[in-house]
Design a protein. Structure first.
Length: 469
């Protein structure tokens, strides 16, 4: 069972150590916007790089894409977003706060049961279940109404002569509209996939829980094109690869992960089968309630998207097999990852509080070395000794060519260790007076806190082996 106060601790650490800041903070902020700080931005880059390498670079059946955020508005008509991309909105009559009726029902009666409740029945169901306003505790709801989640903006330079367009609510459609371009310009054959990482925007009614649900977020998305006969086999392969990514690449504990299949009532209009990879988040309402939140969805989208775009654009989006000459519209398996949620799960999973032998406690972020914002920190034992400082800076300059490396001479050595523990730095290198005598340094391991002496000339090789473990 996760620590019920863990989310508060993570939010505090993220602000204190430069991982995540409240957006526009000096102006009072903007609700549910967050800025990744110096260490958070590196952590985010490392997560994206790990995803890209594992799912795109290391595979022979994947290519990459970086599609535009703004698209022809007909795209969103074809995809169904203009007509059906909405949430059931309800207001509390007492405190005037706005909520998603389906989410309130999900918390009380479960996902599948809530999905079966029609829009016109949500109000009655809320009353029947005695569901209180999370803000004021009243049971006094308005009728539910639909609320489209897309952000609308205008394209044009003269007011009154502009066209309505949308900020994309997902990155997937940029892949679908470029399907033919990729087929024509790259030597790819079905089955193959297209992956991209990019921003998406949804005007969520009730964002919250730190970076778990925000209106501006980043997706790491794949559309994998298959022959209809290959769907079952490839779907299972993507489930296995997704599990490996979260557990082995990101280092998330398997007991905090689960697969959950959507019941029929939950399925999107385009999907015949969907599994979510969920993480056990610590924002349950009480200590005995576990909250599982989606990190990734794996959906069988059928041929819905390519068929819709072929119909609306009047362009031929069929695929001809070069060996059999069979012509068909490929079906699609979509593994869609939430980048910000993946980072949040990494932060939560890495957080540890440890009581030391001397009775003190330390907080340590046990990131995998491939994700750690700083891999090696270099200290002079004393900052007022010029020879120690110069030697430390020379070693730092040498190591930063191979590792994400930081130099730190602020405060007592013990405080520097604690700071690096909270940043998640796997190894600290200390230059002391023995270094000046025999050219060895002390290396301190983040997880064990054990120290050993290593010759400076062997330092890079030593760290490379350690960080690769």
């Amino acid at each position: 069972m996760p620590d019920s106060n863990l989310m508060e601790k993570i939010v505090s650490l993220c602000k204190r150590r430069g991982f995540v800041y409240p957006g526009s903070e000096i102006y009072g902020g903007l609700a549910n916007t967050w800025d990744y700080g110096p260490y958070g931005s590196v952590l985010k880059k490392n997560v994206k790089d790990a995803w890209w390498k594992y799912f795109v670079e290391d595979r022979d059946d994947m290519v990459g894409l970086d599609a535009a955020i703004l698209m022809n508005p007909k795209t969103w008509v074809a995809s169904g977003h203009v007509g059906s991309f909405s949430d059931p909105l309800i207001d509390c009559k007492k405190c005037k706060t706005r909520h998603r009726g389906d989410k309130l029902l999900e918390d009380k009666i479960g996902n599948a049961a809530a999905a079966a409740v029609k829009l016109e029945d949500i109000h009655a169901k809320l009353i029947e279940e005695g569901i209180k306003c999370p803000n004021c505790g009243a049971i006094d709801w308005t009728e539910a109404k639909t609320f489209n989640l897309m952000f609308k903006t205008q394209q044009g330079v003269i007011e009154g002569e502009t066209d309505d367009i949308y900020l994309r609510p997902e990155t997937a459609q940029g892949i679908f509209v470029n399907f033919k371009n990729v087929i024509d310009t790259c030597r790819v054959r079905v089955p193959f996939g297209i992956g991209q990482i990019g921003k998406a925007f949804r005007n969520e009614i009730t964002p919250g829980n730190f970076t778990f649900r925000t209106r501006e977020f980043e997706q790491m998305e794949i559309e994998y094109f298959v022959h209809p006969d290959q769907k079952k086999e490839k779907f299972e392969e993507w489930k296995e690869q997704s599990k490996i990514f979260f557990s082995d690449i990101l280092g998330i504990r398997t007991d905090n992960l689960r697969f959950r299949e959507h019941e029929a009532e939950e399925l999107s209009h385009y999907s015949s089968l969907t599994f979510d990879v969920e993480y056990r988040f610590p924002f349950g309402k009480t200590d005995d309630v576990e909250t599982w939140g989606e990190l990734q969805g794996i959906a069988d989208r059928g041929d819905y998207d390519l068929s819709q775009h072929e119909n609306f654009s009047k362009k031929d989006l069929k695929y001809r097999d070069p060996q059999t000459n069979e012509v068909y519209i490929p079906h699609v398996i979509e593994p869609s990852f939430g980048c910000d949620r993946a980072i949040l799960s990494v932060l939560l999973d890495a957080y540890n509080e440890e009581k030391l032998e001397d009775g003190t406690e330390r907080v340590v972020m046990k990131f995998k070395p491939n994700l750690a914002p700083v891999q090696v920190a270099v200290f002079p034992l004393l900052k007022n000794k010029d020879d120690l400082v110069q030697k430390s800076k020379d070693i730092h300059k040498m190591l930063k060519k191979s590792f994400r490396c930081e130099y730190d001479d602020g405060g007592a050595i013990g405080k520097r260790y604690r700071r690096q523990d909270e940043i998640g730095t796997p190894f600290c290198v200390t230059v002391d007076f023995d270094t000046l005598e025999n050219d060895t340094v002390t290396i301190r391991d983040r997880d064990t806190m054990e120290q050993e002496r290593v010759k400076t000339e062997e330092l890079e090789e030593f760290l490379s082996k350690k960080l690769a473990q």
